[in-house]
Ligand binder design. Structure first.
Ligand code: XMP
Length: 510
C-alpha cells in the first residue's frame, strides 16, 4: 500500500493534513519528528513526505529540527509553514522574522507555473498564519508564489522534488488547497490513490479471519461507536470465537442498555454477555459527591466487574481494543494537565490473561470509523451516536447519585433529545444532553407549591471537543423541551440552558 508520511513538528493542523491526504485515497500516517529515523523512513518506502507546521522559529535552538540529509533521499517533500521554513533553513536559504508584518488569515496569493499549482488560477485566496518567513530561497530553489507581504509564499527545487508553501493548503480557507495536495500526491509523488474504505473493510475481515483462526477473542463493548465497529468487524471475521462483554453500570441513558443488547445479540447474532451491574455501581457510588472520586470509582469498578467475567470465561488468546488513530497520536504526545480522568478500557490488560492485543481501528479517523460502521450495516443511531462519557450519567447527576435522580434525569434527557430530533437539529449541534443539578427551587403547579430539582440543558458545537461553543438552539426548541420536561417529569420544577463555552467551562459539568 502506498503511504505518505506526515512528519509532525508540532503544528495545530497535523491531523487535518493526514485527513486531507486520505480524502484523496492515499494513506497518510503521522509520526512525531523525533520518533522516526531517516533509515526507517527509507525502509518504509513512503511515496512522499509532508513536513507540518510548528509553533516555533527555526533559529530557536529548542525548535524541532531534522537531519538535512532527508532532502537528498529521493522522496518528494512538501513543507508547510514551519515545515517550509525548515526546508529553507536545512538547505541554507534565509528565514527572517516579520515581527511587525506577520500575516494571519485569508490572503491573496499569486502563483507561477509549477506542478504543485497545475490547474490553479494565477490569483486566489490562501490561509496564512505566520510570523517568520522565507526571505531568500536556498540555492537550486525557485520562487513559485508570492503575497503582498511574503516574498516567498511558495518555492521549489524541481530536480529533487522539494516543495515548500508558507500558507496552509490543508485548511478549507485556502480555496485551491485540495487541488494543491492532489497535485503533490499524484503529479509529484506519482501516487495511484488505492486507499479505499471498502478495501479496508474487506482486507481487515480477511486478515483477521486468517490471523485469529481458532483463537478465543474477547472485546469490551461499551455501545460507543468505536467498540461497536470493532466488534462487528471482528464478528464478520471470526464469528462465535468472539465474545463481547457489555458492562451495564446502570448509568446509561434511557433504554440504551436494551438497545445495545438487542442490536448485537439479535441483529448481528453475536456472542454477547451483558452484565447488569447497576446495584454494584450504585452501592459503590452512594454518598460520593466529588467528581474525580466518582470517575475513579467507576473506572475501578468497571475493571473489577470485567475481571469477574474474565474469570468465568477463562484464558483468552486475544483482547480487542477499539483504539482509533487520534488516540494513537495523542498517546504519543507529552503529558498535559489532567482536567478530568477520562474513563476507558485502558486498564483492562492488567486484569485479563491473554497473549495478544488487537486494535482493528488504530489507523482510522473517527469519520472513517463511521464509514466502516455504515458499510458493516451497523444502525445509523449507533454509528452517528454522539459522544457519551464512560462514567455515564454519574457525571451528569451533580452531587450525590441515587437511582431516583438517575431515573428523573433519564426522562428529562430523553425528552430533550427527542425535541432536538423533532426539530431536525441533530446535525447542527455536536453533543446535547440534560443534567440534573443538586439545586432545588420553588415552583407552582396548579395551586400547589412544588420544590423540585433544576435540570440544565447543554448543547455544544465543536470540531474536536478540545474547545466548544454553546449551540444557539432556537428558543422555540428550548421552550418546548422546558415545558415538556416540567410537565412530564415529576420532581423537576425548573429548566435552565447552559450558555458557557469551553474554555472556560468543560462540556460535562463534572
Ligand atoms: P469535557 O467535559 O472534558 O468533555 O469537556 C469533552 C468530551 O469528552 C467526553 N467525556 C468523556 N468521554 N470518558 C469518555 O469516553 C470520560 O470519562 C469522559 N468525560 C468527558 C464529553 O462527553 C465530551 O464529549
Amino acid at each position: 500500500m502506498e503511504k505518505i508520511l506526515v512528519l509532525d513538528f508540532g503544528g495545530q493542523y497535523n491531523q487535518l493534513i493526514a485527513r486531507r491526504v486520505r480524502e484523496h485515497h492515499v494513506y497518510a500516517e503521522i509520526k512525531p519528528y523525533n520518533k522516526i529515523t531517516i533509515d526507517e523512513i527509507k525502509e518504509t518506502g513512503y511515496k512522499g513526505i509532508i513536513f507540518t507546521g510548528g509553533p516555533n522559529s527555526v533559529y530557536d535552538d529548542k525548535s524541532p529540527h531534522y537531519d538535512a540529509e532527508i532532502l537528498n533521499i529521493g522522496i518528494p517533500i512538501l513543507g508547510i509553514c514551519y515545515g517550509a521554513q525548515l526546508m529553507a533553513f536545512m538547505a541554507d536559504g534565509m528565514v527572517a522574522s516579520a515581527e511587525n508584518s506577520s500575516e494571519y488569515g485569508k490572503t491573496t496569493v499569486k502563483v507561477e507555473g509549477s506542478l504543485l499549482f497545475k490547474g490553479i488560477p494565477e490569483e486566489s485566496v490562501c490561509w496564512m498564519s505566520h510570523t517568520d518567513f522565507i526571505k531568500i530561497p536556498p540555492m537550486g530553489f525557485k520562487i513559485i508564489a508570492k503575497t503582498s507581504k511574503c516574498p516567498v509564499a511558495a518555492m521549489c527545487d524541481e530536480t529533487r522534488n522539494l516543495y515548500g508553501v508558507q500558507f496552509h493548503p490543508e485548511v478549507t480557507h485556502t480555496i485551491y488547497g485540495k487541488q494543491m495536495l492532489y497535485n503533490f500526491l499524484f503529479e509529484i509523488c506519482s501516487c495511484h490513490g488505492d486507499w479505499k474504505m471498502e478495501n479496508f473493510v474487506e482486507n481487515s475481515i480477511e486478515k483477521y479471519r486468517t490471523e485469529l483462526a481458532g483463537k478465543k477473542v474477547l472485546l469490551a463493548l461499551s455501545g460507543g461507536v468505536d467498540s461497536s465497529v470493532a466488534a462487528v468487524l471482528l464478528h464478520k471475521a471470526i464469528g462465535q470465537n468472539l465474545t463481547c462483554v457489555f458492562v451495564d453500570h446502570g448509568l446509561l441513558r434511557k433504554d440504551e442498555g436494551d438497545f445495545v443488547e438487542k442490536t448485537f445479540r439479535e441483529k448481528f447474532g453475536m456472542n454477547l454477555i451483558r452484565v447488569n451491574a447497576e446495584e454494584r455501581f450504585l452501592r459503590k457510588l452512594s454518598s460520593i459527591t466529588e467528581p474525580e472520586q466518582k470517575r475513579k470509582i467507576i473506572g475501578e469498578e468497571f475493571i473489577r466487574v470485567f475481571e469477574d467475567e474474565a474469570k468465568k470465561i477463562g484464558k483468552v488468546d486475544v483482547l480487542v481494543q477499539g483504539t482509533i488513530y487520534p488516540d494513537v497520536i495523542e498517546s504519543g504526545k507529552g503529558d498535559s494537565a489532567v482536567i478530568k480522568s477520562h474513563h476507558n478500557v485502558g486498564g483492562l490488560p492488567d486484569v485479563i490473561s491473554f497473549d495478544e492485543i488487537v486494535e482493528p481501528l488504530r489507523d482510522l479517523f473517527k469519520d472513517e470509523v463511521r464509514e466502516t460502521g455504515t458499510r458493516l450495516g451497523i444502525p445509523h443511531e449507533l454509528v452517528w451516536r454522539q459522544p457519551f462519557p464512560g462514567p455515564g450519567l454519574a457525571v451528569r447527576v451533580i452531587g450525590e447519585i441515587t437511582k431516583d435522580k438517575l431515573d428523573i434525569l433519564r426522562e428529562a434527557d430523553a425528552i430533550f433529545r427527542e425535541e432536538i430530533a423533532n426539530a431536525k437539529l441533530e446535525k447542527e449541534t455536536n453533543q446535547y444532553f440534560a443534567l440534573l443539578t443538586d439545586l432545588r427551587s420553588v415552583g407552582v403547579k396548579g395551586d400547589a407549591r412544588t420544590y423540585g430539582y433544576t435540570v440544565a440543558l447543554r448543547a455544544v458545537t465543536t470540531d474536536d471537543f478540545m474547545t466548544a461553543e454553546w449551540t444557539r438552539l432556537p428558543y422555540e426548541v428550548l421552550e418546548k423541551a422546558s415545558s415538556r420536561i416540567t410537565n412530564e417529569v415529576s420532581g423537576i420544577s425548573r429548566v435552565v440552558y447552559d450558555i458557557t463555552s469551553k474554555p472556560p467551562a468543560t462540556v460535562e459539568w463534572e
